[in-house]
Write a protein that binds this ligand. Structure first.
Ligand code: GCO
Length: 264
């Protein structure tokens, strides 16, 4: 097995929501494996510019584009611009996502729909516009970022779980329809990672913090860098016969029913 299978030199990877958090961590590792990185953000140009500075500190070749992944017209315009200004997109990581922690019985329909739009509809929209070129070139990699909520429910994250559960089946259907074009579509399911998204439930002494450390066989929150290997694998030639697979990087959470808090 040659390590060159994992080399991404000459490849262009678009990573949505990659100005911070897990998206930045995966994009950084893809860049260090040789890919030219295109990051998307939608909050502010300043946030994109700040992120670009961070990537460049690590000698990653990077470009930034501000567009709303839920807006098909903006996505179409951005993909056209990227492919004209940077080059053909070889790897797409649908990472952009939001979460709203609200009990279902009190959640507003608009809040529910917003989570579905960003976490499920947007990966469809962006993939639909990127896959056109991949089909024409008979080559491509699409990675959808799923979650523990792809497989498990949890109080207050019902909309997010519905979206991430749907994203698993969307991934499998994309694989079904596009594998014949030599396009591999897979997912990564992160466990609980130390990011800004989990910061509110991770503070020392927060009951959820203690719960996750106990519920995770590795007995810790994940470090965002721990996702890099899975991203490189699914973005590289090393996974050319892997289709419709969700690769969980979760410290063992899905492997176990858990244990009493007084057990080692
Ligand atoms: C939560 C967390 C999770 C994690 C991740 C787990 O509120 O339960 O935010 O959603 O972020 O998605 O895989």
């Amino acid at each position: 097995m040659s390590l060159s299978l994992f080399n991404l030199e000459g490849k262009i990877a678009l990573v949505t929501g990659a100005t911070h958090g897990l998206g930045m961590a995966m994009a950084m590792q893809l860049g260090k494996a040789g890919a030219t990185i295109v990051i998307n953000g939608n909050s502010s140009q300043q946030k994109i510019d700040d992120a670009i500075t961070e990537y460049k500190k690590e000698n990653v070749t990077v470009h930034g584009y501000k567009f709303d992944v839920t807006n098909e017209a903006e996505v179409a315009k951005a993909i056209t611009a990227i492919e004209k200004e940077v080059g053909n997109i070889d790897i797409l990581v649908n990472n952009a996502g939001i979460i709203k922690r609200i009990p279902l019985e009190t959640m507003e329909v608009d809040d529910f729909k917003e989570v579905i739009d960003v976490d499920l509809v947007a990966p469809f929209i962006v993939s639909k516009h990127v896959v056109k070129g991949m089909i024409a070139r008979k080559s491509g990699k699409i990675i959808n970022i799923c979650s523990m909520m792809t497989e498990l429910g949890r109080n207050t994250v019902g909309a997010y779980a519905a979206a991430k559960g749907g994203l698993k089946m969307l991934t499998k259907n994309m694989a079904t329809e596009w594998a014949k074009h030599n396009i591999q579509v897979n997912g990564i399911g992160p466990g609980y990672f130390a990011t800004s998204q989990t910061a509110p439930i991770r503070v020392d002494g927060h009951p959820f913090n203690d719960f996750i450390v106990n519920r995770t066989p590795a007995a810790k929150w994940g470090d965002p860098e721990d996702l890099g290997g899975a991203a490189i694998f699914l973005a590289s030639a090393a996974s050319n016969f892997v289709n419709g697979h969700i690769l969980y990087v979760d410290g063992g959470i899905l492997a176990t029913i858990g244990k009493p808090s007084n057990e080692d």
